[in-house]
Design a protein around this ligand. Sequence first.
Ligand code: UDX
Length: 458
Amino acid sequence: MESLNETQIQQKRSSRLILFPLPLQGHINPMLQLAEILYSKGFSITIIHTHFNSPTSSNYPYFTFEPISDGLSNTQASTSSDIISLLRVLNVNCVTPFRECLTRLLSENQEEPIACLICDNIFHFTQAVADSLKLPRIVLRTTSVASFLAFLAFPLLLQKGYLPKQDSQLEAPVPELPPLKVKDIPGINTQDPEIMYQLVACIIKETKASSGIIWNSFEDLEQSALATVGQEFPIPIFPIGPFHKYSPASSSSLLTQDPSCISWLDKQAPRSVIYVSFGSLAAMNETEFVETAWGLANSKQRFLWVVRPGSICGSNWIEQLPHLFLEKVSERGHIVKWAPQKEVLAHPAVGGFWTHNGWNSTLESICEEVPMLCWPCFGDQMVNARYVSSVWRVGVQLENGLERGKIERSIRRLMVEKDGEEMRERAIKLKEKVDLSLRKDGSSYKSLECLVSFILSF
Ligand code: UDX
């Protein structure tokens, strides 16, 4: 990769990039981290965002924020109902406001030309808008590359009868997508699966039509999946992750992070705490919640547990916790509504992460060499969990439902048994690969240089 010459640097300093994140926490975080990376490379940044789940602009005084209408009703704006219909509606409602906003920005920014648009690839409608305005569009894919390949394979999986999933087939391997089993194929509970297949088909089509794909992943982690994507997509791909390791990023958290997590962790012994969090969308029913509580209590391990308000069906927060549980665990456990997750995972007291394996959580855990107890819930999470447990072998899966005895055994396996120790050793080696990829001349470093040159070539 050649370094940039003076003219290119000057050109870059007077270029603006327009970024458009999908308004969900697991998508906003990587897009804003990407914005910071590109800002540090000299580009000016404008973030177009919906009113729904709008980012806190005051945390980013050096970016310009442009809100657009999303036209969502209160019911539609609920992430606890049907995510697929939310994504479908957003792809319809945002077309006109987005086009109008972009048209205005193009006419206003004559002196600082807009080099390109960088959109979450779930916003598939943006390709047609970009084409009509003759603006190059690069997409950001916020999931793992391997899970994207599983989405890509939907037509084949439907044709071969793996989809819709049948209960009798869940444990069967999918030879076309090793090491996945049928139960690992991505899926989201929705009223009409046909709508999900159509949405995925649109996303794939408009990703192929884009000018390039940015991945929050890195070569050494997903080499073979990246090679396959390279064959399937006739456009440049830029695996420049993990994004959050480039610099201490500003907070793009939509919920307030409870700082008591860190003061509580400060009082705990090294690697004695299991951190439990299932991200911004996953939910559980009352029985699962109570089984989780007793599994944690009976494991006799210390725990920091994030119970997001509204994530337990039928209650606001932790009202359903048995009194006996609170007596039994006493100071051994700390329960919060939302945590500063990256700082928590980096804390020396944390020895394990019970996670739903959202891609951000998975990467954040890998980056702090914390082994995982995997409880994937939907979407790409099942694929991530399979890679964590069977390919990188830095975690163990909690399969076939939440039951207190099984939870207790799995936590002890992760935290105090030899198995867990071996996972931790592999996690340390994997973390070394993260560091190498980000170092000068590492794969992500070089890929970022290529991305910068690519943007300057427009
Ligand atoms: C969603 C999908 O579920 C996920 O599978 C997909 O890859 C991205 O979009 P989410 O479920 O929220 O995201 O999970 P995840 O990808 O892990 O993102 C959650 C983010 O919230 C992480 O960056 C995490 O650090 C942050 N977080 C989580 C907090 O800041 N505090 C918390 O208490 C929990």
